[in-house]
Design a protein around this ligand. Structure first.
Ligand code: SAM
Length: 276
């Protein structure tokens, strides 16, 4: 099975979509204001939320008065989004690498932690350029290389010398290296690329909840954990709980999370031809 199929199968599973929608927003919502400010969102802005999932960003953009479209490959996620975010009617099933929209349809494109799920992230950035009107802006977030909330399980796996076999895929932190996002924007024809770090914290109800987020509500990490023998998975769980004790806050857990926010602009005079 290839990486694109792994992603599609995971997110299309209503049980995975439901656990993600229930538990994951605490991990990903700290970037929403910076993303929306990054595209200069205002009332009426025609915004595309790429890989919108259950609509965490879509909802906030709608509340700010933007004309929002959410696109995601998973119909199960779109169903969650539709239920949670009343008022937004424009939910579209589609792949970021081949967006089902005409050239120049949007004034702004955002994607919150979408890039690391795409089998061809550069293609997705090129598609964002295509569907933006000249003068339009893009803002993307990816996990920062020291996002503990996301590093914890891979670090425990490594400490136990466990390396579950997964299909080849772009690295989870591939664009986190300084300058990588900026270069990717430039390669697609964008102007004024910039990067900055955004930090926050995730409040999680209990260590069990953290474990469930990933074992039942993620794609790549879930596949890796499910590929382990039961006793190995139990060792990982014990290791994760031990690490989480460092971050105990009351009865729950507070985890530091960081993201890289990349923004860029399609120049007011740019055309598709300029890129080729
Ligand atoms: C981690 S979730 C992020 C969701 C949302 N942006 C948020 O902030 O919660 C990743 C989402 O990307 C979607 N996805 C994965 N690969 C995709 C692709 N190639 N095209 C469109 N959506 C994709 C999944 O269905 C899933 O909803």
């Amino acid at each position: 099975m290839g990486f694109a199929k792994l992603e599609r199968d995971a997110w299309s599973d209503p049980a995975v979509a439901s656990v993600y929608a229930e538990l994951f927003p605490t991990m990903v919502r700290f970037t929403v204001p910076a993303l929306l400010d990054g595209v200069h969102l205002g009332p009426g802005t025609r915004l595309l939320d790429l890989a919108c999932g259950p609509g965490t960003v879509t909802r906030e953009a709608h509340a700010r008065g933007a004309a929002v479209t959410g696109v995601d490959l998973s119909r199960a996620m779109l169903l969650r989004a539709r239920t949670i975010t009343l008022g937004v009617r424009d939910w579209v099933a589609g792949r970021s690498e081949k967006l089902p929209f005409r050239d120049g349809k949007f004034e702004a494109v955002v994607s919150n932690f979408g890039l690391l799920h795409f089998s061809d992230p550069r293609r997705a950035i090129a598609e964002a350029f295509r569907v933006l009107a000249p003068g339009g802006r893009v803002a993307l977030t990816i996990w920062g290389a020291n996002a503990i909330g996301l590093r914890l399980i891979p670090e425990v796996l490594e400490s136990l010398h466990l390396a579950p076999r997964l299909p080849p895929a772009p690295g989870f932190f591939a664009f986190a290296e300084t300058g990588a996002l900026r270069r990717a924007f430039e390669e697609s024809g964008f102007d004024s690329p910039s990067e900055r770090t955004v930090s926050g914290s995730a409040e999680i109800g209990s260590p069990e909840e953290y474990w469930r987020m990933f074992l039942e509500g993620s794609a790549r990490t879930r596949a890796g954990l499910l590929a382990l023998a039961t006793e190995d998975r139990e060792r990982v769980r014990a290791g994760v709980f031990e690490r989480l004790s460092e971050f105990q806050a009351g009865r729950g857990v507070r985890l530091p999370v960081t993201a890289v926010l990349g923004t860029a602009r399609r120049s007011a005079t740019s055309s598709e031809r300029e890129r080729t």
